[in-house]
Design a protein around this ligand. Structure first.
Ligand code: AMP
Length: 277
């Protein structure tokens, strides 16, 4: 496994590779969810590149950036066991050259909804870094998780709008044994909180069940999900909406091709999840 920390080194290595390249961008503190993306990249390419970079331009909250877990040595060991071909793990200066206000990409209108309302500039930062990484790595395929469903849709639109010759593959949400969506942030929860946070997935399952039983009113589904979530007082909801999976518009009448989206806080740790209804 090659470990590359500089843009210059990456360019040299990229020129030497003629295989079909599969790319998985991450912010590190890797868990089984990330590993499932690497497996998908492996199935769809013959040279797997993983990047580890905690991207400052996508954090609107400096506290969140400071607290973001970092475990590079552990991550590299894990990637070694997955036979990853190349890991790109630059430092901040390597990517942004100490620029206080670097060139940024403006994402499509999808970025204004849900996460965009609570994390201004977040998706601009995401598109900026993903585009930089795409330019450097020039992958044939890149894998993104449905855990960050809005991000996946925005990247799909970016690739289409900028005519990038990259196939985007969507990876299903990987869940811990109790159903909680795996996330690097989960390690900031106590073991009790981590168990109790299973209620998020359970309440989204309830929504799915209600729709399967014939409920069509979005407001009614949301009301029942909220009432279940209210059983866990420490959990606060930031948003809970049912949206069209393509346009990400909120819907009033629900059907089983729509998605329910949750964002909230548990003890200052921000958690998100979503589910196809
Ligand atoms: P992150 O390191 O959180 O930026 O995530 C890197 C990639 O892994 C993104 O495409 C995420 O959507 C994806 N990812 C993170 N957690 C999960 C999960 N539990 N299931 C599926 N994909 C995930």
């Amino acid at each position: 496994m090659k470990i590359v920390r500089t843009v210059k080194g990456l360019r040299e290595d990229r020129l030497a590779v003629h295989n079909q390249i599969g790319f998985v961008p991450t912010m590190g503190s890797l868990h089984d969810g990330h590993l499932s993306l690497i497996d998908l990249a492996r199935q769809n390419s013959d040279y797997v590149v993983v990047s580890i970079f905690v991207n400052p331009t996508q954090f609107n909250n400096p506290e969140d950036l400071n607290h973001y877990p970092r475990n590079l040595e552990k991550d590299l060991k894990l990637l070694e066991t997955k036979n990853v071909d190349l890991v790109f793990c630059p430092d901040e200066q390597e990517i942004y050259s100490n620029q206080t206000s670097p060139t940024r990409l403006e994402p499509s209108g999808l970025a204004e909804k849900m996460e965009g309302k609570f994390r201004p500039g977040h998706f601009s930062g995401v598109c900026t870094i993903v585009n930089i990484l795409f330019n450097l790595i020039q992958p044939h395929v890149a894998v993104f998780g449905e855990k960050d469903f809005q991000q996946l849709r925005i990247i799909q639109e970016m690739v289409s709008d900028l005519k990038l010759p990259i196939k985007i593959i969507a990876a299903p949400i990987y869940r811990e044994a109790n159903g909680l969506a795996a996330s690097s942030r989960n390690q900031r929860l106590s073991s009790e909180e981590r168990q109790n946070a299973a209620i998020i997935n359970q309440s989204l399952e309830l929504a799915k069940h209600l729709v399967a039983e014939g409920e069509t009113k979005s407001a009614e589904v949301i009301k029942q999900v909220k009432s279940q979530l209210a059983n866990y007082k420490e959990l606060t909801i930031e948003y809970l909406t049912i949206n069209n999976a393509e346009s990400l518009e909120e819907v009033e009448i629900v059907s089983n091709h729509h998605r329910i989206f949750f964002a909230g806080y548990l003890n200052q740790v921000r958690l998100i999840d979503n589910k196809l209804l």
